[in-house]
Design a protein around this ligand. Structure first.
Ligand SMILES: [Zn+2]
Length: 390
């Protein structure tokens, strides 16, 4: 066993996010890859514990991003490989993301298969930060396709459904347009182990409700690429906001969703059901500000990824910026925003028994954030980026 496997570290003098609020009277002790205890400042420490003085910095649960198309110059659709995932995860780690789902936009089914294989192998190989896969299409509604290629969008046939299996070793999130399939199909996907979310959908409120009853549990980038709230037809947005049980991902880059719409989502869903996602593209943590999205040139202008037609094409957002934006653009606190980037997506993915909060027994995925809200360090299973290389 490596020496580091059982090393104990005590993080003290920080503002620790515990149960949705910051506490400055706690010491967090990690041992190896786990949080060993969370104790009071006056409780004695064991001999040999390394002490890290946070000097008033924030100690947060690692950020969990359920929607990451790319980063570090890599678009996952172009590089659905273990190395592609490694590059994307490393790029996002600099912004506090310690768990992510690489995300495929609508593509050929062979690419979906490659993505599943790559995510499975990356998890098996222990690539830091990969927790599963998000398959965002092709079973969507072309009427709400956004930048997805209309030629790739297709119905989920019985043959495809029978051949489709979730990852055996991670979370498999599947975004679908529920109006394109029977609720029984959604129930079948859920029974197979997929986490089903509604997105790129023109569904009526009734169709959404039926899908939720069949086991659908979330909404993909709330407000964007979905039927809107109107007086007599609440649409996807209305049902998402009115429903207490489901989770909503939201892109808080200040461009995809207006500040007032973010505020409405926050007031309706709260920190427990609204989760921050980046929908990030290759420029995040990368050197280039332009890229090809399935043959469609996209460039970053004023912090926004747009294609030649001016359509938003994912985002240039990183999770630390999403946290800052959410707490600045709405009435939620920084603690709420951090919860929406960690605890809430962990619950959505059903991995909250292992990750997403600072308590004894959890995996030591931790973010140290400075007083001016910049990420200083992101630990995955107790390891800093340098130490996880060996
Ligand atoms: Zn999308």
């Amino acid at each position: 066993m490596k020496e580091s496997a059982s090393k104990s570290v005590a993080y003290r003098s920080g503002k620790v996010l515990v149960q949705g609020r910051f506490r400055d009277d706690l010491v967090v002790i990690t041992r190896g890859d786990r949080i060993a205890s969370v104790q009071g400042v006056d409780d004695p420490l064991d001999d040999g514990v390394q002490i890290i003085d946070l000097a008033g910095d924030y100690l947060l649960p690692g950020f969990i991003d359920t929607q990451v198309n790319g980063g570090g110059g890599v678009l996952f659709n172009d590089q659905p490989t273990v190395e592609g995932i490694r590059t994307i995860a490393e790029a996002h780690r600099a912004f506090g993301t310690t768990s992510l789902l690489p995300t495929l936009i609508s593509d050929d089914l062979e690419v979906v298969e490659q993505g599943l294989e790559a995510a499975r192998d990356a998890i098996a190989a222990g690539v830091p930060g990969v927790r599963g896969l998000h398959i965002e299409g092709p079973f969507l509604n072309a009427a709400r396709r956004g930048v997805h290629d209309a030629d790739k969008i297709r119905p989920l046939s019985r043959e495809i459904l029978d051949g489709l299996s979730p990852l055996p070793n991670g979370c498999t999130l599947l975004t679908v347009a529920p109006e394109t399939m029977e609720p029984a199909v959604i129930a079948e996907l859920v029974n197979k182990g997929f986490i089903v979310s509604c997105g790129h959908s023109d569904a009526t409120q009734k169709q959404v409700k039926s899908a939720l009853q069949a086991g659908m549990r979330g909404f993909t980038h709330l407000y964007n690429a979905m039927s809107q709230l109107t007086p007599r037809e609440p649409g996807v947005v209305g049902q998402a906001l009115a429903d207490d049980e489901s989770w909503c991902g939201i892109i808080a880059d200040g461009h995809h969703v207006a500040a007032e719409s973010l505020e409405v989502a926050w007031r309706c869903k709260g920190a427990g059901k609204l989760m921050l996602v980046t929908d990030a593209m290759p420029p995040v943590g990368g050197a280039e500000s332009s890229f090809q999205l399935l043959g469609n040139p996209v460039s970053v202008r004023n912090g926004v990824c747009i294609d030649a037609h001016g359509t938003l094409a994912g985002s240039a957002l990183d999770m630390a910026s999403a946290v800052r934006n959410m707490s600045q653009l709405t009435s939620c606190t920084l603690a709420d925003a951090c919860t929406m980037a960690s605890t809430t997506p962990a619950a959505f993915l059903g991995i909250d028994d292992q990750r997403g909060s600072i308590e004894a027994g959890q995996v030591a995925d931790l973010v140290i954030m400075s007083k001016d809200r910049r990420v200083r360090s992101a630990l995955i299973a107790g390891q800093t980026p340098d130490s996880s290389l060996n």
